[in-house]
Design a protein around this ligand. Structure first.
Ligand code: IVH
Length: 699
């Protein structure tokens, strides 16, 4: 940050740009405190000083005036959509456990990571898993200043005004730290859900499918007055950013929340060991139907907060907690037909068209059938009465024929369904093949198959990729059919090339002027993108989000990554060894990436895309203040102060890349007791070798 003492006349353009960004945020924060919360954080004079400084800098550097500059705002809250809020600490999701064994494994993992001895117990806190939507409530100087939905975990929606319509949310906290974020679940009770649906019906409005949807729909109302008419409830259960240590344990933290006036679930218990957790799970499961609200499992959390800290997090979920889900909800219905869809990599997947049925509150009319071997094993035929199940947010599945019911006439075969002697892709008619030793059939059409191309575009725009709101299956298909968009780059040129034509569609197939404008806006908003999202968006087989993140962290820029992937096509090249040195990237994944870039049309599509977007450089994970940020580290031998797993996790948390083997690019090797050949390799290559103690000092 630029200190206020630098006078406006002395600012360099870069400093001015940074300062304008800071001021726009700062002023927006005070606007919200003043207008929305009626709780100003600073005096009017201090506020005026900020706006005057903003105006003075803008007068000197007019080309740096921001689109969201406070000088351009008319005041009040934007009415079109919610503002976005970047969470100070990410809002994580939870790994799932389904079987008892998964819970034992979880405890085993905790013990191994922390290096606990047999006689050291691990205490956990067991909580019902509330089926609502998670939110983050921010308090500064003891005042509620901001509330946000989870969004993608990193950026959520500003629903402050809507949350203020909920009486259960404390407006002020006594003896609170300067900054504290409280996280919890907003939900609707079963009774409130039923009466809301009655009112909806009386008004001729669509009913909500389940209490979770009703809660989400009620909170995410642009008009907070509507939220105020819906009964929403809260359970608080976790902490986000906090400027001060509040308690030594999660249990004590929950007590602190209760004292502040937050509703905390009364069924929460402390447990030690897997048996006590499983007893809690059984008891809550038995009482589930009698609870006034929906739960979909229980959550186990390590009680000691210092241990939570040491355990840290993986990509998106903490190592110190797990959700133990209740078994899937099931229902019986008729399987009307088996169809085949074509995925983005050409895999042909059978799916079931079902007589629509309500499964645990959600209307289900399709289910996946995986592949033909699976259909044969489960013995499923078109025309059967079948059992359908939904587990959590997973796509519905067909379990098998309902016992004692009449069977459909014929066994299913992919070959027959694809046309018999000359099996063909149902979309493009290209030859369909089943590779030897594989359960999957594939369309050989590659680029000429429109299904693959549209699936790739859908993936490109999906939430973890470019996250372009409004570009789901239907709209991508539409843009494809009209030939407006046939490759990713064309999306970013859409406004330039097809604005008029799209504007003229006027409510054709749901495309009104407003939705077209919104789509352009959403695309523009994503024309600067994080490198890991770009890599994931390309849809390279086997490159999921976690792998994309690792690649982005390793190569930092799009150019460096692409060049390295091209170089890696030569197995003797150093680029290939370097690619393989990345954690969890083995020969199979490497080959997929290399193959992708060997295809001319892929290279061209990527080059073309890069002309239309900006890719952010991937920063090392943690503050670059850490001495090891951005460095590549190899661990070898037995460490004495912590487990290898914990050492790796901590190095990564400080921004280092932990790699498996030593190469010229390795920055240093950390050697514990009885190190292996990696130390010899390091010495040969001139890579520094540190003892465990020397490494500890680097932090
Ligand atoms: S703790 C880092 N506790 O479950 C831990 N989550 O599947 C953050 N949820 O996104 C979550 N009840 O929306 C936690 N007692 C509870 C919960 C709970 C419901 C939700 C929450 C979270 C999701 C993860």
């Amino acid at each position: 940050m630029i200190p206020d003492i630098i006078s406006v006349d002395e600012l360099t353009p870069t400093q001015a740009e940074m300062e304008l960004e800071r001021l726009s945020k700062e002023i927006a924060r005070h606007d919200r405190a003043y207008h929305t919360l009626s709780a100003p954080l600073i005096s009017d004079a201090a506020y005026d000083q900020l706006t005057r400084r903003n105006a003075a800098i803008e007068a000197r550097f007019p080309h740096l005036i921001r689109a969201d500059s406070p000088s351009r705002k008319v005041g009040g809250q934007a009415s079109d959509g919610f503002g976005k809020i970047r969470h100070a600490a990410p809002m994580l999701s939870l790994d799932n456990a389904f079987e008892d064994q998964d819970v034992h494994d979880f405890i085993g993992r905790l013990r191994r990571f922390l290096g606990l001895t047999e006689d050291q117990p691990v205490e956990l806190v067991a909580e019902p898993k509330i089926d609502g939507l998670s939110i983050s409530l921010r308090y500064e100087q003891g005042r509620f200043v901001q509330g946000a939905t989870r969004g993608d975990g990193e950026v959520g929606e500003d629903v402050t005004r809507n949350l203020l319509a909920m009486a259960q949310i404390p407006r002020t906290l006594e003896n609170a730290p300067d900054v504290v974020e409280v996280r919890g679940e907003v939900y609707m009770s079963k009774a409130d859900f039923l009466s809301l649906n009655e009112r909806q019906a009386a008004l001729g409005e669509k009913p909500f499918a389940n209490p979770r949807n009703a809660a989400a729909g009620s909170l995410r109302q642009l008009d907070p007055q509507i939220t105020a008419t819906r009964s929403l409830s809260l359970f608080a259960y976790a902490m986000g950013e906090c400027s001060q240590n509040l308690a030594p344990t999660h249990w004590d933290f929950l007590t602190c929340l209760k004292n502040w006036g937050f509703p905390v679930n009364p069924l929460i218990r402390r447990c030690s060991g897997a048996d006590e957790l499983l007893a809690f799970y059984a008891a809550i499961g038995n009482g589930r139907a009698d609870l006034g609200y929906d739960i979909d499992g229980v959550v186990y959390k390590v009680n000691r907060l210092d241990w939570q800290e040491r355990l840290g997090m993986k990509e998106r979920s903490p190592r110190w907690a797990i959700a133990h889900k209740f078994p899937a909800e099931q229902a019986r219905t008729r399987l009307l037909a088996i169809h085949i869809s074509v995925g983005r990599t050409g895999v042909l997947t059978p799916w079931a068209e079902l007589e629509p049925i309500n499964v645990g509150g959600v209307l289900v009319s399709r289910a996946t059938l995986h592949n033909e071997d699976d259909i044969a094993t489960k013995d499923i035929r078109a025309g059967d009465w079948v059992i359908v199940q939904r587990a959590g947010d997973v796509i519905p599945q067909v379990v098998g024929p309902a016992p004692g019911t009449e069977r459909g006439p014929r066994d299913f075969s992919m070959r027959d369904a694809l046309g018999g002697d000359r099996p063909a892709c149902p979309i493009c008619g290209s030859h369909a093949i089943r590779l030897e030793g594989e359960a999957k059939w594939r369309c050989s059409g590659g680029l000429i198959c429109p299904a693959q191309a549209t699936e790739r575009l859908i993936h490109f725009a999906s939430r973890d990729a470019f996250d372009i709101e409004g570009l789901g299956e239907k709209n991508v298909q539409f843009l494809w059919d009209k030939e407006y968009v046939r490759a990713p780059a064309a999306l970013f040129r859409l406004e330039e090339t097809n604005r008029d034509r799209l504007q003229k569609l006027e409510n054709f197939d749901g495309w009104g002027k407003r939705s077209v404008e919104k789509l352009f806006e959403a695309i523009r908003a994503r024309s600067t993108i994080a490198l890991d999202r770009l890599i994931y968006a390309l849809g390279i087989p086997q490159v999921g989000i976690a792998t994309a993140k690792r690649l982005a962290r390793h190569y930092h820029t799009a150019q460096a990554w692409i060049q390295a992937m091209r170089d890696a096509a030569d197995p003797a090249a150093e680029a290939y060894a370097d690619l393989l040195s990345i954690e969890d990237i083995g020969p199979a994944v490497s080959q997929e990436i290399i193959d992708f870039f060997t295809e001319d049309h892929n290279r061209q599509a990527v080059d073309d895309l890069l002309k239309t977007i900006m890719v952010e450089e991937m920063q090392p994970q943690a503050a670059s203040a850490s001495a090891i940020a951005g460095k590549s580290v190899v661990f070898t031998g037995t460490l004495t102060t912590m487990t290898r797993q914990e050492a790796k996790a901590r190095a990564e948390a400080m921004g280092a890349r932990v790699v498996g083997s030593v190469s010229k690019k390795t920055d240093f090797v950390v050697a514990g007791a009885e190190p292996g050949s990696k130390v010899t390799d390091a010495l040969k290559l001139g890579v520094p070798v540190l003892s465990e103690q020397e490494w500890a000092l680097l932090e």
